[in-house]
Design a protein around this ligand. Structure first.
Ligand code: NBP
Length: 475
């Protein structure tokens, strides 16, 4: 028989997804640029289900039942373009190509258009969950025409993670929307990790807790509101003892964070859309700062300065930090969902924010109990202006605010950088503030550039004749 689905690109992700399809009863056609990877997969896992080995794209196309349906799992960028082109040449009208790589959403918009012109149905699917998710059930965010989703949706839903019986896969919207929300998912992941890092840093440096004790703190946190994959693995990483030195592993790892680009893409897009995603931006910059070696070297002898303010390091400090982390996390998600909403308007995507929270509950890196709260919030009010106005989040922020302020103040007084905690608190305070200094900014812009301003008490645009008699004219 022919294959239900094909996978081309059999590195870590592609192999595991191919096995996932096979374990779920689908016949899977396998292809990789170099045949060695295909054979390695068949050697080690060929008995897990029904696979068809192919060596060329022509053989691959021939092995697939029609309409053909192939998932590409190769390096994002030009490699993906060349594989798409090869597949499209071997495929017929109505066949479906799914790009499961980490494509930039603007590339996906372009590719979907190009493929539509050639009669090929193209789906850009964000896939999260790393290696393990790919095998056991990832979170899948497919974008493209709804009619194409009808064909492949059931297959993708079957191999995705499930939470409370619901698949962590749903049609996101048109063309690049799937890769867009995957990008923001990754941005949120950056922010989650930064906040966890700040909590760790404060509890260690100010709270005096050692990694083993901190592992226990995070393990306990994982039983409450913060229950999530990242908190769980934080506990495990902190508990890990280095084999060579006997020190905590975290103490022998070089403190320079890497990045592959999706966090940066999220911030670039947010800048273009004019959406303040300060939580994600601080996280991206914090990684960049950690790797800014000449500057760190140059700054080593900067004085910390002294304050006479007593530090908040009492028994309640751990709980204060937990609340600061939770509140900052709420802000980061509120900002990320705002960005998705802005993109929905900009690109005309029919995205339902509640659906995203639903499919991020399992399979992916940011999976968390917390996402159920977001699902509830959008279920109650799909048109929320910000997550912070949903009753649950409003009450959570109310509960956290005092601790949050104490922790940020403590960080400042102790000289511990906590840009995630501090910037999300600044965002929170900006939202609360009835009169922002943006009024002065507008005055300055009008002074040097005649950019005009609006008045609080009249319609229209106004300009003050700054270099004349300083009277006001209507612009
Ligand atoms: P890689 O991103 O490392 O890509 C390796 C695969 O790309 C190999 O199969 C390789 O074939 C193939 N390839 C390359 Br490189 N250039 C090619 C070309 N010009 N033509 C055909 N094939 C080409 O693999 P990965 O880590 O499994 O990730 C696959 C995709 O999934 C990426 O887009 C990645 O960003 C995304 N993703 C990864 C993760 C993760 O946790 N790693 C999570 C979510 C998404 P070869 O064997 O012949 O060299």
């Amino acid at each position: 028989g022919k294959a239900n689905i094909g996978v081309t690109g059999l590195a870590v992700m592609g192999s595991n997804i191919a096995r996932n399809f096979a374990r779920n009863g689908f016949t899977v056609a396998l292809h990789n640029r170099s045949v060695a990877k295909t054979d390695a997969l068949l050697d080690t896992h060929g008995d897990e289900g029904s696979f068809i080995r192919t060596e060329s794209i022509a053989e691959f196309a021939d092995a697939l039942a029609t309409p053909r349906c192939a998932l590409i799992m190769v390096q994002a960028g030009s490699a993906t373009d060349s594989v798409i082109d090869e597949l499209a040449s071997a495929f017929d009208e109505g066949d479906i190509i799914i790009d499961g790589g980490n494509a930039l959403y603007t590339d996906t918009i372009r590719r979907e258009k190009e493929m539509a012109e050639r009669g090929i149905r193209f789906i850009g699917a964000g896939i999260s969950g790393g290696e393990e998710g790919a095998l056991e059930g990832p979170s899948i965010m497919p974008g493209g025409p709804a009619s194409s989703y009808e064909v492949v949706g059931p297959i993708l839903e079957k191999i995705s993670a499930h939470v409370d019986g619901q698949p962590c896969c749903t049609h996101i919207g048109e063309d690049g929307s799937g890769h867009f929300v995957k990008m923001v998912h990754n941005g949120i992941e950056y922010s989650d990790m930064q906040l966890i890092g700040e909590a760790y840093h404060l509890l260690r440096e100010v709270g005096g807790l050692e990694p083993a004790a901190l592992a226990e703190v995070f393990r306990e946190w994982n039983e409450g509101d913060l229950d999530s994959y990242l908190i769980e693995i934080t506990s495990q990483v902190l508990a890990q003892v280095d084999e060579r030195t006997g020190s905590p592993l975290v103490d022998v790892i070089v403190d320079q964070a890497g990045q592959k680009g999706t966090g940066r893409w999220t911030v670039k897009s947010a800048l273009d859309l004019g959406v303040p995603v300060t939580g994600i931006a601080e996280a991206v910059f914090a990684r960049a700062l950690s790797s800014s070696l000449p500057q760190r070297e140059a700054g080593k002898s900067l004085p910390s300065g002294a304050t006479n303010v007593p530090l908040d390091t009492g028994d309640d400090f751990v709980e204060d930090v937990r609340k600061a982390l939770y509140a900052s996390k709420i802000i980061a998600y509120a900002q990320g969902f705002d960005q998705i909403n802005a993109a929905k308007d900009e690109y005309g995507w029919d995205i339902h924010r509640g659906d995203l929270a639903t499919i991020w509950r399992g399979g992916c890196i940011i999976r968390a109990k917390f996402l159920n709260r977001i699902v509830d919030a959008y279920e109650e009010n799909p048109e929320l202006r910000s997550l912070v106005e949903a009753p649950y989040f409003l009450s959570a922020l109310t509960d956290c605010i005092d601790s949050w302020r104490r922790v940020v103040a403590t960080a400042v007084h102790a000289g511990i950088p906590a840009p995630g905690f501090a910037s999300s608190l600044a965002y929170y305070d900006a939202l609360r503030t009835s009169r922002l200094p943006a009024a002065l900014t507008q005055g300055l812009r009008d002074y040097f550039g005649a950019h005009t301003y609006r008045r609080t008490d009249a319609e229209g645009a106004f300009h003050t004749l700054w270099s004349g008699d300083r009277s006001e004219v209507e612009a």
